[in-house]
Design a protein. Structure first.
Length: 86
């Protein structure tokens, strides 16, 4: 079996024998999954193709956050090693 590259889609059968997909990001963590089970593999493939083609689609959300995000942590400061003076 070939080594799975990331990011990538994974297509599989669930315990009921229906087709599903998930998408894993660069770290290999699943960040999206089908909410629909497909009876036919072709339907699952079409759904993946739709997702792959949606990168230019607008992103929408509420005008006002109901639960604002906590402040972002401060960026880590780079560490330096001191060299001995000669």
């Amino acid at each position: 079996m070939a080594h799975r590259p990331f990011p990538s889609y994974w297509m599989f059968r669930d315990r009921n024998g229906h087709w599903r997909w998930n998408f894993a990001g660069e770290s290999g963590t699943v960040i999206a999954a089908s909410s629909v089970a497909y009876y036919h593999k072709e339907g699952c493939i079409r759904a993946i193709q739709t997702m792959r083609g949606s990168s230019g689609v607008s992103v929408w959300g509420p005008e006002r956050d109901v639960h604002p995000a906590p402040p972002a942590p401060a960026p880590a400061m780079p560490s330096f090693e001191m060299a001995d003076a000669e």
